[in-house]
Design a protein around this ligand. Structure first.
Ligand code: GUN
Ligand code: ZN
Length: 438
């Protein structure tokens, strides 16, 4: 079917630059009566309504979002769709939580039909929360990947996903082998990487559940097609870090385990990184990889608090994006993740500005993942993946919004008080997805 052409009227949000390199309030350009023009699913113009409305094609529909903020769709850089069903599970920290809740649930994804059902409801929920792109872990079963990409393709969403590689220290019903993991990943790459908007991520779960042989083959997989991603976990908890030291005594550290396998490179996404050292950050900065900061999960599982401003230190800046980490995280809302990123930064005595957290959830993530300028910003030429935020979504939010004197302050209130109720509409390549409450 043909991609839509339409225009959106409201308060438009654009970035003038990286809010970590300039006064953050200057990095956001806002127009309270702006217009975004979309033709065949792509943004062709953005500016003031007064300037652009005259020249619109006469049959182009204009959707009125005045009073709302029109910005890029959110990017969730770390999430597990098979854990959608065990979100909000009580009482464990990482390793025991995996055993008690996650592994038994992931077992069910051997069933293509079940996987399809969860993939469909997960993707609808993501869109309800204003998220249009995510880096997604599937399970060890190729069926779980087929199910996910099929559901994403149906919605025309730009998703990054891959089959989990796990050949040891997991229940036998969840293990592959180094060779079968390689072969199945290879087949999935051929089928899905670059098919429509879908992108593949080679996905070793984390160092404890892969042999060195499997990690090396994961590195080899990355060279079998251009533009592949890699995603895994790194230094999420103290206990996990100790386990990795015991399993890889001949390596100089956790990151080194991945590095020796050729996994530390651009388009590699390392989840959590709560306990990274100065040396790790220097290495990541040189390698051009990305750290996925998952503060909601880190708080929920009691893992610790990532040192965001340390990672972003200008002399050896590491790219950072934000992730929900469902089901370690207990919300799919990137507004909630921005809230928890603020709290995590506060715990280290630093304040994360709303324009900075918004950047990390949109344009900054796109840049980190090598997906700019296609997504993450409302600029001509970009794919029209758009999230419209309603700062007056609830009575509490409305009374706070009335006091906001600037758009950054409105964004801050949205991030502190908002969730999916604040998502007025989500557009995927210009096609509107209405949250159920609308
Ligand atoms: N480390 C290894 N697997 C996982 C997982 O599924 N979730 C989180 N949060 N950490 C992990
Ligand atoms: Zn995770």
């Amino acid at each position: 079917p043909e991609l839509p052409s339409l225009a959106l009227r409201g308060t438009t949000l654009r970035f003038a630059g990286n809010p970590f390199d300039m006064p953050p309030q200057d990095a956001l350009l806002t127009d309270t009566d702006g217009l975004v023009v979309i033709e065949s699913g792509r943004i062709t113009a953005i500016g003031s309504y007064a300037d652009l409305a005259r020249d619109l094609p006469p049959d182009m529909p204009v959707t009125d979002h005045r009073g709302c903020l029109i910005g890029p769709g959110f990017i969730d850089a770390h999430v597990h769709y098979p854990q959608f069903g065990v979100i909000a599970s009580y009482g464990e920290q990482l390793l025991s939580w995996l055993e008690r809740y996650v592994f038994p649930e992931e077992r069910r994804f051997v069933d293509r039909v079940y996987a399809g059902q969860i993939a469909e409801s997960f993707l609808d929920s993501l869109l309800d929360h204003g998220t249009t792109t995510a880096a997604v872990y599937c399970t060890v079963h190729p069926e779980s990947v087929e199910a996910f990409f099929t559901a994403s393709q149906k919605r025309n969403t730009r998703m990054i996903a891959g089959k989990v590689l796990m050949d040891r220290n997991a229940p036998d019903y969840l293990r592959d082998t180094a060779q079968s993991g390689y072969d199945e990943s290879r087949r999935l790459i051929d089928t899905w990487h670059g098919t429509g908007r879908q992108l593949y991520a080679v996905t070793p779960r984390f160092a404890p559940t892969s042999t060195e042989e499997q990690l090396n083959l994961a590195g080899a997989l990355l060279d079998t097609a251009p533009g592949l991603f890699m995603q895994t976990h790194l230094l999420e908890t103290v206990q996990e870090a100790r386990w990795v030291e015991a399993l890889f005594p001949h390596r100089s550290g956790y990151l080194d385990v991945y590095d020796r396998a050729g996994l530390v490179r651009p388009r590699s996404i390392f989840g959590h990184a709560v306990y990274v050292t100065e040396q790790d950050l220097t290495r990541c900065s040189h390698a051009g990889c990305t750290l996925a900061h998952c503060p909601t999960s880190n708080a929920f599982l009691g893992s610790g608090a990532f040192r965001l401003f340390d990672a972003l230190r200008p002399d050896r800046r590491v790219a950072v994006a934000l992730g929900t980490d469902i089901g370690g995280g207990n919300s799919l809302s990137m507004l909630r993740v921005m809230n928890d990123a603020y709290t995590a930064a506060q715990s280290h005595g630093t304040s994360l500005h709303p324009v900075q957290s918004y950047w990390l959830a949109t344009a900054g993530a796109a840049q980190a993942l090598g997906l700019a300028p296609q997504i993450g910003q409302l600029e001509p030429g970009a794919e029209a993946d758009i999230c419209v935020l309603n700062p007056m979504a609830t009575p509490l939010m409305a009374q706070r919004a009335e006091r906001a004197e600037t758009v950054p302050d409105l964004l801050f209130a949205l991030s502190m008080l908002g969730d999916d109720r604040a998502i007025e509409a989500t557009y995927v390549m210009g096609r509107r997805h209405n949250p159920p409450s609308r």
